[in-house]
Unconditional design. Structure first.
Length: 148
């Protein structure tokens, strides 16, 4: 299973905003920072706004910021909202499949279960989990100098 770039970019936007609570970000700055097409990122930001993850501020000095607390943004919900046609195989697209096994094939139900398990696993995590400062390893001890 592979998520689309659209969802990947949505996570990048949310993580960026999660690390800077209350700060406004701009499409231009994020596009340059991540090496992403400004046009594509504009579509991502628009979708995040429509789904209520971010709010936009218009005008000079405007931009966008999180509309919810990071603890209220479940990762599974982000995937569901950014990947409305999350299909694991051709048989999930009614009328577009050429598979002759479909009427008697159990694979579709197994894949559906796997997809549900994937999203359920992501539902156990929030944006807050992604933006927590990782614990730093303890500094390495210097070897003691030999006694003279």
């Amino acid at each position: 299973m592979q998520l689309t770039r659209f969802t990947d970019y949505a996570f990048r936007v949310l993580i960026h905003l999660g690390h800077r609570p209350g700060e406004l970000a701009t499409v231009g700055a994020l596009a340059a920072e991540h090496g992403i097409s400004r046009h594509h990122l504009t579509r991502v930001v628009h979708q995040l706004g429509q789904k209520g993850y971010i709010e936009t501020v218009r005008g000079k000095g405007g931009g966008f910021r999180l509309a919810r607390r990071p603890t209220d943004i479940r990762l599974g919900d982000v995937v569901r909202d950014m990947e409305p046609a999350l299909e694991l195989a051709e048989c999930f697209r009614p009328g577009e499949t050429s598979c002759i096994l479909l009427p008697a094939c159990a694979l579709k139900s197994f894949l559906a279960d796997a997809g549900d398990a994937f999203l359920t696993s992501l539902d156990r995590h929030t944006l807050a989990d992604l933006v927590r400062a990782p614990s730093r390893p303890a500094p390495a001890k210097r070897p003691e100098a030999p006694h003279r």
